[in-house]
Design a protein around this ligand. Structure first.
Ligand code: GLC
Length: 638
């Protein structure tokens, strides 16, 4: 039986009615699918049947305790099934540390108008749940999944913030740190105290036989600060798996009780009103001897299971995969084949992010274009989280073949990019640092803020006005690509004002071993002239995005051949609307033939640049128009 309800929670729909879909109907439609997924992973587990029936009870409870306002919001999100809410061009996000930005959740709640003025309506709050201060990994070593760390406030503060955000039409994203807990989590403490039940929540080994076997094929994530994938636990005289830091113990998902525990946490977050749950490090949740223990089939099945549990009990919450893996592997987190769109709704476009930095360093777009065929395979109904920077390092995760395909030698090419951004390359304008250097393999990733990597830090130090201007152009070029390429753009806090690296982390023993802290700023009250200028430009970029429905991620983009290795261009088209986005990655002006606008169907007669407000008549093929160094254009056919 369908029930009708008046919407009260969502300001723009207040007073209208929706048909409430019944939970019982949904359950009838999905339980056999749920069971088949559960069986696929746990078929050989003796407790499988019990655990599955417990899981169903957990789902019933989660749905029963879902607040009415969230159930209505679920319905509203479901109304336009062909156009999921997260595809909208009206979304613009920001990711931030609540303590480093505002101090606390309560203070943040009073400052929500900062985001509204800027146009940001989707907030990713970095991990808020309890985490030991001296072994926290920025909150990614959770010791209690249900208790907000007192540094930020209380659970009640978080609930209040969520309600206020909802009233203001804003969306909330929080993390579920799925792969590991802190060694101070209650489960880990009980395991350390010898409780077998909780030892089975982790991967324990009596000696080094299996760890040594696994180490043969497992890469190291933090080779400098936390080498290897196992840590000795003296009290137990056992080894525990610790893929990330030695204080982050990997959860054993081959135990269905662990899965059920984590589903409970995920649904708890859903019932706090989380709109998108960011699944931290999903690539790692299944381990198998002889593999690199990443992206395994079982990990995908578990994600599909999570998706179907959420769709049943708390359907308004979408799933984001933080899978920072190779381009082809990232795509699999949307689901493949029959499971397409049945896994994560969103994924980080880590490939594009890294490729943009590649293009900026080299001034050449060929590697970026060579990787696009993999990126364009995203299924309809899913979307990207696009970004230039986040709290993590930049990994050059695209394949060597892509680099070769573009005509470069992979080793030398990667070395140049790492040197360019870490300041080792002579005359490089960038100020950054190498992160997690692996002496054995030569691998390294890159730390630094958007502005510092774009040259602003050096330009400000030398008071070089021309360089300041140029670095601002680079910042906006990078942001604009992320804003218009498709997906939800998520700014990293501080970047909206062009914050440079901060180096105080070096004197803090809890942070000094991890140079990612250089680009996780503490926000200051005062705003410099340069910061104000960047803020203003960022705000304009957001406004432009919101004015252009064609930017909604309803269709993959079409790359335009610019016949110029320095300028990337794509067409976003939907019904009668056509917008050409052009990006000059070089430090020289570039001339382009008007022909490039005639490659794909309808030939525009006139174009309007939303960024510069200029209007152009499209000229003859033999005529040219020019883009200044690092200039971008958002040209709408008028
Ligand atoms: C993710 C987080 C990163 C963290 C790691 C371990 O990659 O983004 O910051 O160090 O997971 O939890």
């Amino acid at each position: 039986m369908m029930e009708k309800k008046m919407i009260e929670a969502l300001p723009h729909l207040k007073g209208t009615t929706v048909q409430m879909e019944s939970y019982a109907n949904r359950k009838a439609a999905t339980s056999s699918y749920l069971k088949s997924l559960y069986d696929k992973v746990y078929i050989n587990h003796p407790e499988r049947k019990n655990c599955f029936s417990n899981l169903l009870k957990q789902l019933d409870q989660a749905h029963a305790s879902r607040p009415g306002a969230l159930k209505l919001k679920d319905e509203e999100k479901r109304q336009n099934i062909d156009r999921p809410w997260f595809l909208s061009h009206e979304l613009c996000g920001m990711s931030m540390y609540v303590d480093r930005f505002f101090g606390s959740l309560q203070l943040m709640q009073k400052e929500l108008n900062y985001f509204q003025n800027l146009g940001v309506n989707f907030l990713h709050l970095m991990p808020l749940f309890e985490s030991p201060k001296n072994e926290s990994d920025g909150g990614y070593a959770v010791s209690n999944y249900r208790k907000v760390d007192k540094r930020f406030g209380t659970l009640h503060d978080l609930e209040n913030l969520q309600k206020e955000m909802q009233d203001k039409g804003m969306y909330l994203m929080l993390d579920i740190v799925l792969n590991h807990t802190s060694q101070r989590h209650e489960w880990a403490e009980k395991a350390r105290a010898g409780e077998k039940k909780y030892q089975d929540y982790f991967y324990f080994f009596n000696d080094r036989t299996i760890p040594d076997e696994l180490e043969k094929t497992m890469p190291e994530i933090f080779p400098e600060s936390s080498p290897g994938n196992f840590t000795y636990v003296p009290g137990l005289d056992k080894w525990v798996m610790t893929v990330f830091h030695n204080y982050q113990w990997d959860l054993n998902f081959s135990n269905p009780e662990v899965f059920n525990e984590m589903i409970d946490v995920i649904l708890f977050y859903a019932n706090l009103g989380v709109d998108v749950v960011r699944i931290d490090a999903p690539a790692f949740i299944w381990k198998k001897i002889g593999t690199n223990c990443q992206n395994l089939d079982e990990a995908h099945t578990l994600l599909q299971l999570i998706k179907s549990c959420v769709q049943l009990a708390t359907p308004g919450m979408a799933l984001l995969a933080e899978a920072i893996v190779s381009p082809a592997e990232i795509m699999k987190y949307f689901g493949e084949g029959n499971s397409a769109t049945k896994e994560c709704d969103l994924a980080y476009n880590a490939t594009q992010m890294a490729l943009s930095w590649d293009a900026l360093a080299t001034g050449d777009i060929r590697v970026m274009l060579a990787a696009q065929s993999a990126i364009l395979k995203k299924p309809f109904g899913t979307t990207w989280l696009t970004y230039t920077r986040c709290h993590d390092d930049i990994g050059l995760g695209y394949d060597d073949e892509t680099i070769s395909h573009a005509g470069f030698q992979p080793y030398a090419h990667r070395k140049f990019i790492k040197n360019y951004y870490s300041g080792k390359y002579p005359n490089s304008p960038a100020t950054g640092a190498l992160f997690s250097v692996n002496e054995a393999t030569g691998d390294a990733r890159i730390s630094g803020t958007l502005a510092s990597l774009c040259g602003l830090e050096k330009a400000l130090e030398t008071h070089d006005r021309a360089e300041i201007k140029l670095s601002i152009s680079k910042i906006m070029l990078m942001q604009s690509l992320s804003f218009f390429i498709g997906g939800i753009p998520v700014l990293f806090y501080g970047d909206e004002k062009g914050y440079c690296n901060q180096y105080d982390f070096l004197t803090d023993p809890d942070k000094s071993y991890d140079n990612r802290w250089m680009h996780r700023p503490v926000i200051k009250d005062d705003v410099t002239e340069t910061e104000a200028a960047i803020l203003q430009k960022t705000k304009r970029l957001i406004q432009i995005r919101k004015q252009l429905p064609v930017i909604a991620d309803l269709k993959n983009l079409t790359w335009v051949n610019t016949e110029n290795n320095h300028v990337a261009a794509f067409l976003r088209a939907w019904e009668d609307e056509r917008v050409y986005c052009l990006f000059n990655f070089s430090d020289q002006p570039q001339r382009l033939s008007w022909y490039i606008f005639k490659q794909h169907g309808l030939r525009p007669a006139q174009l309007k640049d939303h960024w510069t407000h200029q209007e152009f008549m499209v000229g003859k093929d033999q005529d040219h128009f020019e883009l200044l160094p690092y200039q971008f254009s958002i040209l709408e056919s008028v």
